[in-house]
Design a protein around this ligand. Structure first.
Ligand code: GSH
Length: 672
């Protein structure tokens, strides 16, 4: 997420009057972008990554770790007085949804692979810069307290009973933005965009958001999430919770549970629009597989859950669909008449069934006339579209779209804007993409087809071109792991762009949706099977059910054999197999990046989620009741600190990485 515009955000009942205006103008802006940038070509494979960090306060005296919601000023300061320091370190710092979160990216894009380690170096520098700044404020803390910067996908006790924020009285007042039973509004970024987004999603939906995660079952696990308590602050929201919470599940009711989770995203620029479409289509089925392969989130709201990833939490946390759009009865019909939520009366006749949240897996392959293998039957799921938008994109005097790309945007544009500024209602079609991006960037899917601006004419190489963002990955504990996943996806991307039509990535979209469900199973990385196809030999959508081990290691169709080794051969780095990298001193770190992913996929070493779950199950304070206590939460933060700093004093590095990688990491840390 970029830096934030200043302005007066409109509350839902005011902003909804402009919904149609934003969509109509957004589409005109898109047409002008296409007119300017459709013919761009030969853009280099620039790429980048985004990491989301959590700031925590560790109180060693009390053995409590809380989220730090008092030092968010560091984001502003790093963008003002310390800006040059960030530049010198090639680092850019951004706000994110959580007041305890910081997002950081390289200041400029990477180009190519080199030996991959510059990505990790940049990640190390990012963490150092944030840590240095944060610790300027640690001086004011009482003795025995510290601040730390961790890459945690979900903070274990966010929303659990007791203290989880570092403010004196987290429940001394009401929380009007989310109205959550569990999260005070202090979890939300102070910038007005975020509480407005939170409240507008709730108001449009006509109910609080609702997420039920299967509870991990242990011998003393209670039947219900017993943290759901009666309260009388907000009607009807407080009445909803007992009806919404399901037996055997952990119940969450606020945007902060989702958008307060962290991920690793990578973005790749393709040479031109056709190749960007092909890259997008080729990565569609990588998303669920890589989500499962990156699982790092086994705990939410103080409970062990029976899944390993954050994805469906965010999906539910920003689900602005009304009961009618979801095809269910409202929780409290007397307050949500006919299930139309906050949809204005004059727009209710246009309401359609919408099968998925605006944060969800990809809906459509982009195909295109120049796509050798695509045919429309692969797009076999229910995908509602905005007919007016489709018609305009197909029939216009600025840049008539082809049907498949038009349909993609016509689907994204079924959504209403969820945050709008009073000062930004009028925008120029020729120079601004503000309205377009309002809808585009709040369609949070596993991939984003990133559109340039009207300035991106073919000759203007300074403006970014056509890009694809890969968004499913849970963030990993160390910079080493995050660099490994980022470089791995870079190699896959370069391979796809190099192999081109030799690859046929298409399968039925319904199978990708199924894969996304499977990716949520606990230990899916070692226990489950996913739909996967041999992209080289099958020229139709035929797939087979395969384990992640086979998806990565099958000697013909596996990702290593079919994508990684070919691109390393093409680069002249290996002759037969990626493992030869180990013998090349300059590429040894790249070898260990790939080794990490290979060993996790083979089940030889644990995923981060598996490791964390085991740490909890074996903790002396764990009572076999699926609860993650304050002490366990504190010890998890110490565990994260040790792992982040590659401190093997408790054998965590060996436990998480296995002997071979651990020895390499510990040795390379010594010689640094
Ligand atoms: N933390 C999220 C995840 O784990 O998937 C991703 C970050 C995200 O989507 N952030 C929201 C956003 O709108 C903030 S509410 N980001 C800007 C964007 O996606 O363009």
């Amino acid at each position: 997420m970029g830096l934030l515009a200043a302005g007066t955000p409109l509350e839902w009942h005011e902003s909804m009057r402009y919904n149609e205006h934003v969509r109509t103008e957004g589409i005109e802006q898109l047409l002008n972008v296409m007119h300017a940038a459709a013919k761009r070509d030969h853009d280099p494979l620039y790429w980048g990554d985004e990491l989301e960090y959590m700031l925590v306060e560790i109180d060693d005296a009390q053995q409590i770790t809380t989220l730090d919601v008092t030092d968010d000023r560091i984001i502003t300061e790093l963008n003002k007085g310390d800006y040059q320091l960030c530049r010198d370190n090639d680092v850019e710092i951004h706000p994110e949804y959580g007041r305890f979160m910081v997002e950081a990216t390289p200041a400029g894009p990477y180009h190519g692979l080199h030996n991959g380690s510059f990505v990790e170096q940049n990640m190390v520098d990012r963490r150092k810069v944030i840590d240095w700044k944060l610790n300027q404020y640690a001086r004011t803390l009482a003795p025995g307290k510290r601040l730390a910067v961790l890459t945690m996908t979900s903070f274990p006790r966010l929303g659990a009973p007791g203290k989880f924020l570092n403010i004196p009285d987290q429940w001394g007042h009401k929380n009007p933005a989310s109205r959550s039973l569990f999260l005070p509004d202090e979890v939300i970024n102070r910038h007005v965009r975020f509480p407005t987004l939170t409240a507008n999603i709730r108001k449009r939906r006509g109910e609080k958001v609702c997420i039920n995660l299967p509870m991990f079952q242990d011998v003393n696990t209670p039947e219900y999430d017993d943290t759901v308590k009666p309260r009388n602050w907000f009607v009807p929201e407080d009445l909803e919770s007992p009806l919404a919470a399901k037996k055997g599940h952990v119940y969450l009711d606020a945007m902060g549970f989702g958008m307060g989770s962290s991920c690793l995203q990578t973005t790749y620029q393709a040479p031109n629009i056709d190749k960007a479409r092909f890259l997008y289509d080729s990565l569609v089925n990588f998303a669920p597989v890589m989500l499962a392969a990156s699982g790092a989130a086994p705990v939410f709201k103080g409970w062990l859950v029976d899944q390993d990833v954050r994805w469906n939490v965010i999906s539910g946390a920003v689900d602005c669909r009304t009961p009618r759009e979801r095809g269910v009865a409202p929780l409290l019909p007397e307050y949500n008449k006919n299930g139309f939520g906050g949809i204005p009366q004059d727009q209710q006749s246009n309401v359609q069934h919408i099968p998925k949240s605006r944060y969800s897996t990809v809906d459509l392959f982009l195909g295109g006339a120049n796509s050798k293998h695509f045919n429309r039957t692969y797009n076999d799921t229910e995908v509602p579209i905005n007919d007016k938008v489709l018609k305009r994109l197909l029939e216009n005097e600025v840049f008539p779209f082809d049907y498949d790309l038009a349909k993609h945007f016509a689907h994204l544009f079924i959504r209403d804007p969820c945050a709008m500024y009073e000062e930004s209602i009028d925008q120029d079609r020729m120079t601004s993409t503000n309205h377009f991006e309002n809808i585009q960037s709040t369609n949070w899917q596993t991939l984003r087809f990133k559109v340039p601006t009207q300035q991106a004419v073919p000759s203007n190489k300074a403006a970014p071109g056509w890009r694809v963002e890969f968004r499913p990955l849970d963030v990993q504990i160390t910079d080493f792991e995050n660099a490994a996943y980022a470089n791995f996806m870079f190699l896959v991307t370069e391979s796809i762009l190099t192999l081109g039509d030799a690859l046929n990535p298409y399968l039925n979209m319904s199978k990708v949706w199924e894969n996304m469900h499977i990716a949520h199973h606990r230990d899916a990385i070692i226990k489950d099977k996913f739909h996967w196809k041999n992209s080289f030999t099958t020229d139709n959508g035929e797939t087979s059910l395969q384990t992640i081990d086979s998806i990565f290691h099958n000697e013909h169709s596996g990702i290593f054999a079919a994508y990684i080794t070919p691109i390393l051969k093409y680069r002249g780095l290996v002759r037969k197999d990626w493992t030869e990298l180990k013998e090349l001193p300059e590429f040894q770190r790249l070898y260990y990046y790939l080794r990490l992913i290979s060993d996790r996929a083979a089940g030889k070493i644990p995923s981060a989620a598996h490791y964390l779950r085991n740490f909890i199950l074996n903790h002396p304070d764990y009572k076999q009741d699926s609860r993650v206590s304050q002490v366990i939460n504190y010890d998890i933060s110490l565990l994260f600190e040790r792992i982040t700093n590659l401190d093997n004093s408790n054998s965590d590095i060996t436990g998480l990485f296995g002997d071979e990688i651990a020895q390499y990491l510990l040795h390379s840390k010594q010689v640094e």
